[in-house]
Design a protein around this ligand. Structure first.
Ligand code: FES
Length: 137
């Protein structure tokens, strides 16, 4: 890795196949690299809800889903697309005692009002097989 004037090589293109993600460290922060349609994008790797590492979630197109509570972000713009979710199906809920159902319903109501912060994004350039990330001003 080499750092110069706000830009740093963080990975090789060959390390991130299309539709995959990779976590790297640069500028003293965790950065998520995502290959969307053959193009590499970089955003904060920390969820705007409670800091979960997004590279452990899933990527569909340009949308990354947080592995912890399911918030979704656009990895190109950093925009928050969906807030945290309860993550329990109606079928699972039916099997629980009434007291737990009430608790989860209350938790779901509270979660539905929580906004996740958007992700910071970074400029990316590719030189040969090298991915260069730049800090935006
Ligand atoms: S930490 Fe990501 S949705 Fe809660």
């Amino acid at each position: 890795m080499s750092a110069e004037a706000g830009s740093v090589e963080v990975a090789k293109v060959s390390e991130i196949p299309e539709g995959k993600m990779k976590s790297v460290r640069a500028f003293d922060t965790d950065i998520l690299l995502a290959n969307v349609g053959g193009k590499i994008y970089a955003a904060s790797n920390r969820c705007g809800h409670q800091n979960a590492p997004l590279h452990k979630g899933s990527l569909e197109g340009n949308v990354v889903t947080c592995p912890l509570h399911g918030a979704q972000f656009d990895v190109i713009t950093g925009k928050n697309l969906r807030g945290p979710q309860l993550g329990m199906s109606q079928e699972m809920m039916q099997k629980l005692p009434q007291e737990l159902i009430q608790m989860f319903k209350r938790t779901g109501e509270i979660l539905s009002e929580i906004q996740a912060e958007p992700l910071k994004t970074y400029s990316v350039s590719v030189q040969g097989n090298s991915i260069i990330v730049e800090k935006k001003p």
